[in-house]
Design a protein around this ligand. Structure first.
Ligand code: OZZ
Ligand code: MG
Length: 214
């Protein structure tokens, strides 16, 4: 039977990158997506912006919504200090199986906990199940109609503290208008837009960085 795109992406990682070398994994995925098959990774251009936000923040507790094949998981985890933890939520079991192998190939499994299921089910369980008080950094890159409800859910569950940074992918393409309107108009957030391009294309897209003010 025909392979899936995530399976072909994993094969490209195993063929063209070095085990235990996260940067080579990132480069292999970007090359595959630019020259073989486009895939919905945050990509190299927006990925550099993601890197700078993570490096500046040095977060201890990170939540990623939407693992897919683990590209941004590897980008973030490779920058985390020792002892820092990244929890990444993935709904699709097939994507999760590929992501686990990409994360392991990069040698980052000790920093990453991939949880299978829906964000709406797991966000309310972060405290009792993972012993998380609050997150320092949240990367939103899952279903675009879930960005806003999940942000409100994180607020309601007390998972955001003064200074928690939310970074949202795709605020232009495919777009998340309700989320943007909320974080840009709410008195609880200081928000700013990082203009960039949709991964591996010339179309405009960007990241919205929103600091929770408590
Ligand atoms: O649609 C997009 N992303 C949706 C991602 C969804 C991912 O989040 C997971 N999830 C995890 C937990 C959940 O609760 C729900 C879903 C899904 O199982 C999937 O792995 C998208 C589309 C384009 N595009 O150009 O079309 C570009 C992008 O950068 C994108 O991110
Ligand atoms: Mg995206």
């Amino acid at each position: 039977t025909k392979s899936t795109r995530p399976q072909r992406l994993l094969k490209a990682v195993q063929k063209h990158s070095t085990r235990g070398d996260p940067q080579s994994v990132i480069s292999a995925i970007d090359h595959f997506c630019r020259h073989r098959e486009w895939a919905m990774n945050v990509g190299d251009e927006k990925g550099s912006i993601l890197d700078s936000v993570v490096s500046e923040l040095n977060p201890e507790k990170v939540l990623e919504l939407g693992t897919y094949c683990g590209y941004s998981t590897v980008r973030i985890a490779r920058l985390l200090p020792p002892g820092a933890r990244l929890i990444t939520l993935e709904f699709n079991a097939d994507y999760a199986a590929i992501a686990r192998q990409v994360i392991a190939w990069a040698g980052l499994e000790d920093k990453v906990q991939l949880v299978e299921g829906a964000s709406g089910d797991w966000i309310p369980r972060m405290k009792e199940h993972f012993g998380i008080e609050t997150f320092d950094f949240v990367f939103l890159d899952h279903w675009k109609d879930r960005y806003l409800p999940d942000t409100k859910l994180m607020e309601d569950c007390g998972l955001l503290r003064k200074g928690t940074v939310l970074l949202a992918d795709n605020v232009i393409c495919p777009g998340v208008p309700d989320y943007l309107e909320y974080v840009r108009n709410s008195l609880s957030y200081k928000s700013c837009y990082f203009k960039s391009h949709l991964e591996y294309t010339k179309a405009e897209d960007g990241l919205e960085k929103s600091v929770f003010l408590g």
